[in-house]
Design a protein around this ligand. Structure first.
Ligand code: CAA
Length: 380
């Protein structure tokens, strides 16, 4: 077993770290404060190949592997969790299904601009009544000659207000339940598509979240991804990849909590010495570092399996479950080490706490990850 990164993986780590430290981190507090969409950072990420890391170059991506993707995600998330989730959705939930299930024509038309960062994508699965129970879709697509007529509402959609295209899930045959779900590539500018109000969130405030309202949208049949009825499996296998991205986002947030706590603990003096010299603080730092390493190894394993095109549902769920819960524990410890200063906005510790929480919720709650893991165990 080799634990060393390849030259390409080291290269993207250095590039993403340097970009994140120089360009992203200095803006993170302002982005959190104002909730401004970081359009200029998204554009730069596109130019650096970060919006389609594991997409082949012929389709506009950086042509790297999924380990490169998780490495880059961690670096961006360490600087700004909002920018990281914008990147993750475009890579994992939009480019990946287009690459896996798109026709050559669809790849040229949609994947090339999305993977190169010229366009932005979102993932329309969740509905007001279909969160954890993703199979209970109410949005309908009714075939009418060479097009479908789509009606419904998608909820809590990351990137929706800025997105050019959406990977949209709809019911084409509700009698068949989850086997009646189909996937489409929706152009967000089509008549009948509107975006609801931006959600005011606890954290990841610069990542725009809104509902998508679909009223008699005439969607060409050529926009259907794969066959009618394939939608649920497309959603699930896409989320297997997405969960690796969110695990990496959580690892980046946890690292931010640790690195900020480390430097504070070395500077802050109480009882005549830096608080880093107290064992109570050292043990918290040690736990944070150990859990971050464990989470990273789980994420790398899931990405490694994905690169080998092996089923990785259980491993992705384990990575996301552990990394997101470790990020919450690290954020709590980060605040505790800062004492009163951890509770005020002058220090980033409280932002890491607010940003970490969502990683236990989106792309499947921790409870859903435990369900995915246990059903794989019971099947084995
Ligand atoms: N890959 C391929 N196929 C899969 C699969 C996978 N990972 N998981 C399940 N399937 C297949 C099953 O084999 C089964 O196939 P058959 O019907 O042919 O037997 C079918 O799908 C149904 O499977 P289940 O019976 O397990 O389905 P379920 O209805 O019980 O749901 C679930 C399973 C795990 C709970 C699923 O609904 C789920 O993951 N829910 C969470 C939804 C979620 O993560 N939403 C995230 C929204 S996107 C987001 O959050 C983005 C963002 O903001 C950043």
């Amino acid at each position: 077993m080799v634990f060393d990164l390849t030259e390409e993986q080291r290269m993207i780590q250095e590039m993403a770290r340097s970009f994140a430290q120089k360009e992203v981190l200095p803006k993170a507090a302002e982005l959190d404060e104002t909730g401004r969409y970081p359009g200029e950072l998204v554009q730069q990420m596109g130019e650096l190949g970060l919006m389609g890391v594991a997409v082949p170059e012929e389709y506009g991506g950086a042509g790297m592997d999924n380990i490169c993707y998780v490495i880059a995600m961690e670096e961006i998330a360490r600087a700004c969790a909002s920018s990281a989730v914008i990147m993750s959705v475009n890579n994992s939930l939009v480019c990946d299904p287009l690459l896996k299930f798109g026709t050559e024509e669809q790849k040229k038309k949609y994947l090339v601009p999305l993977a190169s960062g010229k366009k932005l994508g979102c993932f329309g699965l969740t509905e007001p009544g279909a969160g954890s129970d993703a199979g209970s879709q109410k949005t309908t697509a009714v075939r009418n000659g060479d097009h479908y007529v789509v009606n419904g509402t998608k909820n809590f959609i990351t990137n929706a207000p800025e997105a050019d295209f959406c990977i949209l899930f709809t019911m084409t045959d509700k009698e068949k339940k989850h086997k009646g779900i189909s996937t489409f590539i929706l152009d967000m500018k089509l008549p009948g598509v509107s975006v609801g109000k931006h959600e005011a969130k606890m954290g990841i405030k610069a990542s725009p979240t809104a509902s998508i309202i679909l009223e008699d949208v005439k969607l060409p049949a050529s926009c259907r991804l794969a066959n009618e009825g394939d939608g649920f499996k497309i959603a699930m296998s896409t989320l297997d990849g997405g969960r690796i991205g969110i695990a990496s986002q959580a690892i980046g947030i946890a690292r931010a909590s640790l690195e900020d706590a480390l430097s504070y603990a070395k500077e802050r003096k109480q009882f005549g010495q830096p608080i880093a010299e107290f064992q109570a603080i050292q043990w918290m730092l040690a736990d944070m570092a150990t859990e971050i390493d464990a989470a990273r190894l789980l994420a790398y394993r899931a990405a490694w399996l994905k690169d080998r095109k092996a089923r990785h549902s259980k491993e992705s769920a384990m990575a996301k479950l552990y990394a997101s819960e470790a990020a919450m524990r690290a954020a709590v410890k980060g605040i505790q080490i800062h004492g009163g200063y951890g509770y005020i906005k002058e220090y980033p510790a409280e932002r890491h706490f607010r940003d970490a929480k969502i990683t236990e919720i989106y792309e499947g709650t921790s409870e859903i990850q435990r369900l995915v893991i246990s059903s794989a165990l019971l099947k084995d």
